[in-house]
Design a protein around this ligand. Structure first.
Ligand SMILES: [Ca+2]
Ligand SMILES: [Ca+2]
Length: 274
């Protein structure tokens, strides 16, 4: 694959995006990859709730009592109210949920269709398990701008450290009423009446207990340890004009050759751009 070809592949989307910014939106296919990088036998994570949005949805505030939305993430992982609140605050946002329980060392990915000009910001939230009400998520709705005005991807990954785990402040730590621990009844809860704050100390209550995944929990995390990574990669080049596609389709063999080149050259271009 020649350098010229890569250069052309990189230049074409830039031109198309600047034209699209004036006229209509140009959605991209964005692959989001999540990784649990925590120490073995420490924390797992419930499904990751995500939204690509216009910067208006603020899920919670450090030092303030948690609302119902983030509490459905932190106490049970479902995020039902978080999703509903998000949709109400920003109806044109792209929202979704990635995966089931993400065990230490595991990864998962999902593709989202995102309009970079309409929804340049990224918001996320996932329950840390086992726990009663610990989670990861962004306090500032504009803290992670994924796309610039031209539609270029600005962030290739977001790391979360152990000291960036939030205690939702809504439920007292008690394995008997926690999620993801053998013997825990997650429907039970004792109100904590606290505020959202950075803390993963509650995890010590689960040391030595067996998790729902079968491993014996050990909170050996140190604050500076990366426990979670969210990666971003744009999948598609901007669609070419319909006429070009039809011409290539008519030349069946040539279209096949082009497709092979497309898939092989794309990841390199994306990694370079990111
Ligand atoms: Ca906030
Ligand atoms: Ca708590």
């Amino acid at each position: 694959m020649s350098r010229t070809r890569f250069a052309r592949a990189l230049a074409m989307p830039a031109l198309a995006f600047s034209a699209a910014a004036v006229a209509t939106a140009a959605p991209v296919q964005l692959t989001v990859t999540i990784e649990n990088l925590a120490t073995a036998n420490s924390v797992s994570f419930a499904p990751l709730h995500v939204g690509f949005h216009n910067g208006t949805f603020d899920a919670f505030n450090n030092g303030q009592a948690a609302g119902a939305g983030i509490t459905t993430v932190a106490e049970g992982g479902s995020g039902t109210q978080w999703q509903a609140d998000f949709g109400a605050a920003d109806p044109t946002a792209t929202r979704g949920t990635i995966g089931g329980a993400l065990l230490p060392g595991a990864s998962n990915s999902q593709v989202f269709t995102v309009d970079p000009s309409l929804n340049p910001f990224f918001t996320f939230a996932s329950m840390v398990i086992p726990s009663n009400d610990l989670f990861i998520g962004n306090d500032s709705p504009t803290g992670f701008r994924l796309f610039d005005a031209a539609g270029n991807l600005l962030i290739s990954s977001i790391d979360q450290l152990a000291r960036e785990i939030w205690d939702n402040g809504s439920e007292v730590a008690d394995p008997a009423s926690a999620a993801f621990v053998v013997g825990g009844n997650n429907d039970a809860r004792t109100a904590q009446n606290g505020v959202v704050n950075f803390s993963f100390g509650e995890l010590n209550a689960f040391n030595g207990l067996t998790t729902a995944a079968g491993y014996v929990f050990n909170n050996s995390l140190n604050g500076g340890e990366t426990v979670y990574r969210i990666g971003f990669a744009v999948q598609n080049a901007v669609p070419e004009p319909a006429g070009v596609g039809l011409a290539l389709a008519a030349l069946g063999l040539l279209a096949g050759v082009r497709r092979v080149g497309h898939w092989r050259s794309k990841p390199t271009a994306n990694f370079t751009a990111a």
